[in-house]
Ligand binder design. Structure first.
Ligand code: NAP
Length: 416
């Protein structure tokens, strides 16, 4: 009965008849477990079903399906495993759990021939997991690129539109309820990395866990970086990208420059969107609300309806959760991308040659260079051709050692 649970209970109670018609079976709330049973709730439940003992709900023989929306690893994991072992299907929205222990839970559901659905665990109201696992089952998915965290997208949008700094934009997000009091999980990219691990596992039929995802957050993005990006025709977004490259997987969350004509560039405020590159379907973009009680309840209750339909048809566990197969995940140092580097240099003859030399020594080729004089110093913005991240890091070390470079202001990867 938190944000998601209250919305799920509210929807189930409000739309009982419609849901029964669509599912082919009535779906009744038999028990609701919370941590604090005495707390006042926004949804009025039928008498006698609220308890502080989640175990009693999970083991109740009259319960056919368990919905887990308490969050965290334990006791959620144990409750789910107990439910599956007892032959009950489970619906969860728990991204932390699915992005770390998803494999174990999917194997347990397969063993018992019951369903474990988790649409709400990645991107709330956007039907992305069903799209990948069902609608695109005939395709080879080569890339997923998403704006999957509403908090950071709100912050970057506010910075770009109003020229405010990160701190002010974050405070606004907190005031409006888009950011938690402790925003670390969102701002540092942990939330996006967990969602990407879930999406990549589904898209590439391989086990990808949160710890496999390279991660950088948005706290270092400044209004100046956003302004330079705009002058070059880019927007700055926190992107979650997973690619299938020559038998390996790339999985990374970091701020990146997107050409302003890119389908994800206009996705602003707290909205989320995911671009799927699939063969033969081609590119597909899904955009919507990636968090919040209502959107996540849409995913959770949609999964519940699927469970009911499968039970009715005697066809649970139709879709194999995972083959358990694990493709290597590339080290970030080996990922090959174009970069944009913004420097402050001494404004005098010969400086350009030294800067270009640092790139040349590491065989990082420069695609364009723009200089703006500020008197004693000049701002230089360089865009490179594709280069391995390791070579780019060595180039930056060389730039830091040059006396003529007073500041390496920003280094951003370019997504295309
Ligand atoms: N919020 C979103 O927008 C969103 C979107 C997508 C996915 N999710 C996922 O959905 C899950 C729930 O998120 P939320 O935002 O709804 O969290 P929340 O508001 O903190 O709600 C958690 C609920 O679980 C209950 N609970 C916690 N520990 C319990 C225990 N040991 N036994 C019984 N009940 C327990 C709490 O009870 P009390 O109310 O009594 O404290 C509360 O009702 C998380 O896995 C989250 O990642 C959330």
């Amino acid at each position: 009965m938190g944000t998601v649970g209250s919305a799920v209970a509210g929807l189930l109670l409000r739309s009982q008849d419609e849901i029964a018609r669509r599912a082919g079976l009535p779906i009744r709330l038999r028990g609701v477990a919370v941590a604090h049973p005495d707390r006042v709730r926004s949804v009025t439940l039928p008498d006698g079903i609220l308890t502080g003992d989640a175990g009693s709900v999970v083991t109740d023989p009259a319960v056919d399906v368990v919905v887990e929306v308490m969050g965290g690893i334990e006791p959620a994991r144990t409750h789910i495993l107990r439910a599956l072992a007892a032959g009950k299907s489970v619906v969860t929205a728990n991204k932390q759990l699915m992005s770390t222990r998803g494999e174990e839970l999917l194997a347990a559901s397969a063993e018992r021939g019951v369903d474990l659905f988790f649409e709400g665990s990645a991107c709330g109201g956007i039907p992305i997991i069903k799209t990948i696992r069902e609608s695109l089952a005939a395709n080879e998915i080569t890339q997923i690129m998403g704006i999957v965290n509403g908090t950071t997208n709100f912050i970057l949008t506010r910075m770009a539109q109003d020229g405010v700094g990160f701190g002010e934009a974050l405070a606004d997000a907190q005031r409006l309820g888009y950011a938690e009091a402790d925003p670390t999980d969102d701002v540092d990219g942990h939330d996006a990395a967990a969602k990407l691990a879930i999406l990549a596992s589904a898209a590439f039929d391989s086990r990808v866990v949160s710890a496999d995802v390279y991660r950088e957050g948005v706290a270092n993005i400044t209004p100046r970086v956003i302004t330079y990006a705009r002058e070059m025709g880019y927007v700055v977004k926190l992107l979650a990208i997973a690619r299938s490259v020559e038998g390996a997987i790339e999985a990374r969350v970091h701020p990146a420059l997107l050409p302003e004509t890119h389908p994800l560039a206009g996705v602003g405020h707290e909205m989320n969107a995911v671009l799927i590159e699939a063969e033969p379907a081609g590119p597909i973009v899904l955009e919507g609300r990636g968090a919040g009680g209502g959107p996540t309840a849409s995913a959770v209750v949609g999964d519940l309806i699927d469970v009911a339909r499968n039970m009715r048809a005697g066809a649970s566990n139709r879709i194999k959760g995972s083959s358990g197969h694990r493709r290597p995940v590339k080290e970030m140092a080996d990922v090959v991308l174009p970069y944009c580097v913004s420097l402050v240099v001494a404004d005098r003859p010969g400086v350009f040659a030294q800067v270009a030399g640092a790139f040349g020594e590491e065989r990082v080729s420069i695609a364009s260079i723009v200089q703006k004089s500020r008197g004693v110093t000049a701002d230089v913005v360089l865009v490179t051709h594709e280069a391995p991240e390791a070579a780019m890091r060595r180039t930056l070390a060389r730039l830091h050692r040059l006396n003529v470079v007073t500041d390496v202001h920003a280094v951003l990867r370019i997504a295309a």
